[in-house]
Every structure is written in C-alpha cells, then in structure tokens.
Write a protein that binds this ligand. Structure first.
Ligand SMILES: Cc1cc2nc3c(=O)[nH]c(=O)nc-3n(C[C@H](O)[C@H](O)[C@H](O)COP(=O)(O)OP(=O)(O)OC[C@H]3O[C@@H](n4cnc5c(N)ncnc54)[C@H](O)[C@@H]3O)c2cc1C
Length: 119
C-alpha cells in the first residue's frame, strides 16, 4: 500500500496539483529505491524542467526515467569499518570502509559536482 506520507508526484516529478512545484529524492511517492544517486539524477531533471518552464514550453518536459546502475547501499560503521549491500548481498570489511568511511563520500560527490576538494 502506498504510504500517504510521501509527497505525491507524477512522472515529471511535479507535485500533484501543482504543475510548477517539483519534488525529488526520498520524500517523493516514486516506487524507486530511495538512494542518493537517484536524488542527484532527479535534481538534474528538475533543474532542466525549471529551465524548460521558464522558456514557456511545458510540452517539452521529460518524464523521470531511472538509469540502471548498481543497486548498492553503503553504511559507515565508524572511520575504520563499514557494511554494504549490493543486489541483496550484504558484507562488511575493507571495501565499504574504503568507499564510505574515509570521508562519507564527500570528496567523490564534490568531484562529481565539479567542486574543488574540501580544505
Ligand atoms: C545509513 C544510510 C546509508 C545510505 N547509503 C546510501 C548509499 O550508499 N548510496 C545511496 O545512493 N544512497 C544511500 N542512502 C540514501 C541517501 O542518503 C538518500 O537517498 C539521500 O540522502 C536522499 O536525499 P534527499 O535530498 O532526498 O534527502 P536528505 O539527504 O535526507 O535531505 C533532506 C534534508 O532536509 C532537511 N530537513 C528535514 N526537514 C526539514 C525542515 N522541516 N526544514 C528544513 N530542512 C529540513 C534534513 O535535515 C536534510 O538535510 C543512505 C541512507 C542512509 C540512511
């Protein structure tokens, strides 16, 4: 059953009943996994939508489509340990520690966003 606590959005990430309001990330009613990488992709789509609407062409909005990628969640267990689940397989050890626990992925995220490394 769909939880009514999510913000109801359509395929264009428009909030139900408001064509110029958008929602993205964990708060939406989309049935996708709630993942940071999806929230980033949705952010890029919403930014494009705002530009499109600003240009006055609502017919050009593109529907949200999840890009297939690795279904992975990584959790830090302190600076020297971590755990992860990939396609349903869970394990801990050096890999999740290396991916997440060093800097909580802040460095990688800044790099992907074209920002300079944090001081
Ligand atoms: C332990 C854990 C591990 C995870 N690991 C991964 C992973 O490995 N890979 C992955 O892709 N995803 C992972 N996720 C999921 C990822 O963190 C979320 O999908 C992502 O953060 C969603 O982004 P968001 O911007 O929608 O929400 P959030 O990142 O939750 O941002 C919402 C923000 O709104 C703020 N806020 C809340 N209420 C208010 C208010 N009333 N007024 C003002 N501000 C408010 C909050 O403080 C928060 O900063 C993990 C999540 C958890 C909990």
């Amino acid at each position: 059953m769909m939880c009514k606590c999510w913000l109801q959005v359509n395929n264009f990430l428009q909030v139900e009943g408001h064509s110029n309001w958008f929602a993205l990330g964990d708060i939406t009613s989309l049935s996708d996994y709630r993942l940071g990488r999806l929230a980033l992709d949705q952010g890029a789509l919403v930014a494009a939508h705002i530009k499109t609407l600003h240009g006055g062409d609502a017919a050009k909005l593109k529907a949200w489509k999840k890009h297939n990628g690795i279904e992975m969640i990584v959790v830090s267990l302190g600076r020297n340990n971590g755990a992860m689940a990939v396609w349903g397989w869970g394990f801990s050890g050096w890999l999740p520690t290396w991916i997440k626990s060093r800097d909580m992925m802040v460095g990688m995220t800044r790099k992907n966003m074209g920002l300079p490394a944090a001081a």
